[in-house]
Design a protein around this ligand. Structure first.
Ligand SMILES: [Zn+2]
Length: 180
């Protein structure tokens, strides 16, 4: 369903779980979890675990402000899921068969894994991660993101300017770091 965004004056951008918990303390109601869907046209669809507020009279309201000021979201309620304080990574599906997109998805998953490894899983807000662990992944994600924004496909010349296809150039070079 499309759901209107009605940012609560006390809510923080993207912090849906603490926002809804605080709203319940102030105004009653309850939390409904589900998935907020985002589309990067021709590239991928991403489902983000998300909470909205159920008001005491049963209205469903997204009280969390969006980073780019979106006024509505596409939301799939999932009543079986509860927020238990742990990070739930996005579910990402590519919209076409292309190694650049598969690699972008794999590096995005690896970043979330590294950010939440070990005791970092229970930390909230600003999490400090050693640069040597995260930098290569962030650089790869940036490189892949710029390639996709430029409209490149895996059989096109690599963004680095080597002249070789992505598959045979950075595609090969990046592959080993995704398993981190
Ligand atoms: Zn390259």
């Amino acid at each position: 369903m499309y759901l209107a965004v009605k940012p609560d004056p006390e809510a923080f951008v993207n912090e849906c779980f603490p926002n809804v918990e605080a709203k319940i303390v102030r105004a009653g109601g309850s939390m409904l979890c589900g998935w907020q869907l985002w589309e990067w046209p021709h590239v991928l669809v991403e489902a983000e675990f998300h909470a909205v507020w159920l008001s005491p009279d049963g209205g469903m309201v997204d009280i969390t402000p969006k980073p780019h000021g979106e006024t509505r979201i596409l939301f799939v309620p999932d009543e079986r899921r509860r927020y238990d304080g742990r990070v739930v990574d996005n579910v990402r599906m590519s919209l076409r068969d292309d190694q650049l997109i598969r690699h972008f998805i794999r590096v995005s998953e690896a970043i979330v894994r590294v950010m939440n490894r070990g005791e970092r899983a229970s930390q909230y807000g600003h999490v400090s991660v050693p640069a040597r662990e995260i930098e290569p992944l962030l650089q790869a994600q940036d490189f892949l993101g710029r390639s996709l924004v430029s409209g490149l496909r895996d059989h096109d010349p690599c963004l680095c300017g080597s002249g070789g296809k992505y598959k045979r150039c950075h595609g090969r070079r990046l592959e080993p770091i995704f398993g981190l």
